[in-house]
Design a binder for this molecule. Structure first.
Ligand SMILES: [Zn+2]
Length: 359
């Protein structure tokens, strides 16, 4: 059964007729196709580039595949038709081709330092075991490895790098040799410096970035997923930590205060930014459009740049081609132009995943 959609297709900004046959797009008319939308603005499906459908709300691994599907369905209803899972304690390769589930780019489990990360989430390793563990996790995802670059060191009372810089560099080389890209969680200045110089592909959060490192990222083509929603919660984290770890609390508050300027500088320097809600655990699913609004409101990114960060640009980066001949039949329709007002992203009028109307 083929589907026909007509509207202003972005980013090309042209009124176009698209036919969706199976999970592919064609520009050649398909006789007998069912027309499901004839007005409005059409975006290639949104991408949540930092999302965890393997972590249950409140923390800990999900119980089964059905729970992952339930969480992914919340994102899908918000127009997210591709997800990069940035670390999961529960493996779900069966969902890679599930017609109900957004396209998936998956990391394996978070590779984390011993007893210094969220309980039951990561595979916890020492420096010496880091490269071999990364090699193992590279096989368990489908294109990504997730490293935890820093976390609180309770003895030091502050954020501290998770691993030795030489081992990190070795581990990243191991992942690249296996054809897998590396995403790294970092909050602190020290950890992100090590990770960028060691050749990580994608910096997650990145609150500790300096202007020098931003330039280095632009040169290397390292991408940034700022997770603005998550960083907004740093004050809460700081308040909880204050009695025992006042230095850590002050550091987190300072990182939060400086973050919009970091994202703005990265964007202006030409670093590719992607939209990531960091849903899972403490953050609800279905928030990608909110994250896009924050990239505009707090970091000053122009609407077209925000749309690229959360739609066609992110899809290209993950290998999910958009609304071109032979592209993937994932699209979202809005009744107003999102370039004029990003708030319309909160209210899609039609959602089509893999050539099927799902919303
Ligand atoms: Zn995350």
């Amino acid at each position: 059964m083929a589907i026909h959609v007509r509207g202003v297709v972005l980013p090309d900004d042209e009124v176009r007729d698209l036919w969706l046959v199976g999970d592919r797009v064609t520009l050649d008319p398909v006789p007998g196709a069912e027309t499901v939308s004839t007005t409005g603005f059409i975006l290639p499906g949104l991408v949540d580039a930092h999302c965890h459908i393997g972590i249950r709300p409140g923390g800990g691994p999900i119980a089964d595949l059905a729970e992952a599907k339930t969480l992914a369905a919340i994102d899908r209803a918000a127009g997210v038709l591709a997800i990069r899972d940035a670390g999961s304690p529960y493996r779900y390769p069966q969902l890679d081709d599930d017609p109900d589930v957004p396209r998936l780019a998956r990391a394996g489990r978070h590779v984390a330092p011993v007893r210094r990360y969220l309980k039951d989430i990561g595979v916890e390793v020492t420096d010496d075991d880091l490269p071999a563990t990364v090699a193992e996790q590279a096989k368990l995802g489908n294109g990504w490895v997730k490293l935890v670059g820093d976390w609180i060191d309770r003895d030091a009372g502050d954020l501290a790098p998770a691993f030795d810089p030489d081992r990190v560099a070795e581990a990243i080389d191991v992942a690249h040799a296996a054809g897998v890209r590396v995403a790294v969680h970092t909050f602190s200045e020290a950890a992100v410096a090590t990770m960028v110089r060691a050749g990580v592909d994608s910096v997650e959060h990145g609150t500790g970035l300096s202007l020098d490192l931003i330039d280095e990222m632009a040169r290397r083509g390292t991408t940034l997923t700022p997770t603005m929603i998550n960083i907004q919660r740093f004050d809460e984290i700081a308040a909880q930590a204050e009695p025992k770890f006042p230095g850590y609390a002050a550091h987190m508050r300072a990182l939060r205060a400086g973050f919009p300027a970091v994202v703005r500088a990265a964007h202006e320097a030409g670093v590719r930014i992607h939209v990531g809600s960091d849903a899972g655990g403490g953050i609800a699913h279905g928030m990608a459009a909110r994250e896009m609004l924050l990239l505009h409101e707090l970091a000053g990114m122009a609407p077209l740049s925000v749309l690229r960060a959360g739609s066609w640009g992110a899809r290209e980066w993950l290998g999910f081609p958009g609304l071109v001949e032979g592209g993937l039949a994932d699209l979202v329709v809005y009744d107003r132009d999102p370039r004029e007002d990003l708030a319309v992203l909160l209210d899609p009028t039609r959602i089509v995943l893999r050539g099927r109307v799902v919303g």
